[in-house]
Design a protein around this ligand. Sequence first.
Ligand SMILES: Nc1ncnc2c1ncn2[C@@H]1O[C@H](COP(=O)(O)OP(=O)(O)OP(=O)(O)O)[C@@H](O)[C@H]1O
Length: 207
Amino acid sequence: MTLKVQDLTITRGGIPVLEGLNFALEPGRALILRGPNGVGKTTLLRTIAGLQPPLSGTVDCPSESFAYAAHSDGLKAMLTVSENLNYWAQVFGQKDINRAVSTFNLDALVDRMAGTLSAGQKRRLGLARLLVTGRPIWVLDEPTVSLDTASVALFADAVRAHLKTGGSALMATHIDLGLEEADVLDVGPFRAKADTVAAGGFDEGFL
Ligand SMILES: Nc1ncnc2c1ncn2[C@@H]1O[C@H](COP(=O)(O)OP(=O)(O)OP(=O)(O)O)[C@@H](O)[C@H]1O
């Protein structure tokens, strides 16, 4: 499934942050978003994932195509690693969590409560959830935060495997993952010029 973004303008707090964005992401490809802090990468990923509406323009892809991994891992602290993965597998109508466990080297942790994991282990579990969604387009916001070098390599392998099976990945990251299948989009030049409050006002859901 191809993701097409056309003439997109997005807002945060009711204020346009990026405008005039056009790009396509084909199956088997990754697109890395770059740009300085605060330019609007998170806002763009949230808009594409369908969590907030654009001010104008279109995201041509059903929101059910996306698996979104935000800054926060969104884990259930009082459930074990396997219970967390089984929970998400059920939400997405999937059954098998074994591949997610082994891909992110969670075998020794499956019976640990998520709340007792280290920051990097939590991040690995958060990313492992992508594999139990069965969704083709991964939308990832700084996925490697808290990961050590070995875990970054696990993550890069997981992305590569996903691309090989026809999936795609859109991510904001400052790290070079060494993905040959990746293109880079610097969103800096698309910074919105107008800083007027957009119609519809404040997006309270962001707070
Ligand atoms: N609740 C809010 N209300 C108004 N403006 C906000 C709110 N939250 C964030 N912003 C502003 O929106 C702009 C875009 O933020 P966003 O998080 O999308 O940037 P980013 O490129 O992902 O940044 P970073 O690289 O630091 O994660 C920033 O200038 C930020 O200060």
